[in-house]
Write a protein that binds this ligand. Sequence first.
Ligand code: SAM
Length: 278
Amino acid sequence: MTDVFSSLATCDRETTRQIASVLHCRRQDPDQYRMLRRFLAAVDVTAGPLLEIGCGSGELLADLADRAPTTTVVGIDHSVDLLRMAGRSGGAAENIRLLAADAHRLPFAAESFPTVLMYTLLSHTPDIRSVLREAHRVCRRGGQLAVLDGDYASTDFSLGPHDPLNACVAAWRARYVVNTHDLRALPRLLEAAGFQLVRTGAHNYTATHSAYAYTIVDRGVDTMLGSGTIGEDLARSLKNEARRRADDEGFVGSITYRFALARRHPSPSAAGTASPRA
Ligand SMILES: C[S@@+](CC[C@H](N)C(=O)[O-])C[C@H]1O[C@@H](n2cnc3c(N)ncnc32)[C@H](O)[C@@H]1O
């Protein structure tokens, strides 16, 4: 099954609308937003232009434009429909430029950007290495790359063994995340692309009552319903169970997110010393 995000360039309007609503929901989640702000605080956004690869409907772009009002912020995504939505919301800010492009083949000259960001892009691109090589090509010498992404193999919505909500999570992951484990090797992947690692870290996101966490259960349930694995009654019960847990147990689920800040080598001679390990 293909990752929905990796096929957004060609999918129908309804799927795009649903994805935009999930992305918006995620930004409204207080713990998710705290994590995003901490990520942004670690990035020097004063040197422009900034590039976000995989900007979607512009949830992060709006923050970038606010934090760097005098800097040009460029957002690229392969979904024209999501870019249109970005243009209608935060993308209306004067310093934002939006462009439809594939992360594997960026339409920019080498060394165009002092700062490149990716926020939950790599988990959805089948060829992480080629995306990172492209990011390296367009990043200026001495410039920075900042990555924040989900280690979605860690997603756990269980309160005990054989918990049916984890079956929903597994169905969600199979449909929405192509790279379930690769983010664990992010430091090595960055070095292999030619970057020097500056800092890495992880954040444990725990959902208590969270509309975003419900979208994970709901999308997993809808996937199982669509494939005929379960029927309408069980689908309804599983969705209700996630909401009940928020009220009664104070826990819906948790996901580890991984963060990395890296630099492109400042001198041409050092740039070819990518580690051969990954
Ligand atoms: C999980 S969303 C993240 C959106 C955004 N970063 C945000 O702040 O909400 C992943 C995004 O990556 C985009 N994407 C996936 N594969 C891509 C590719 N090969 N080239 C460009 N964009 C891609 C999707 O269209 C989607 O908008």
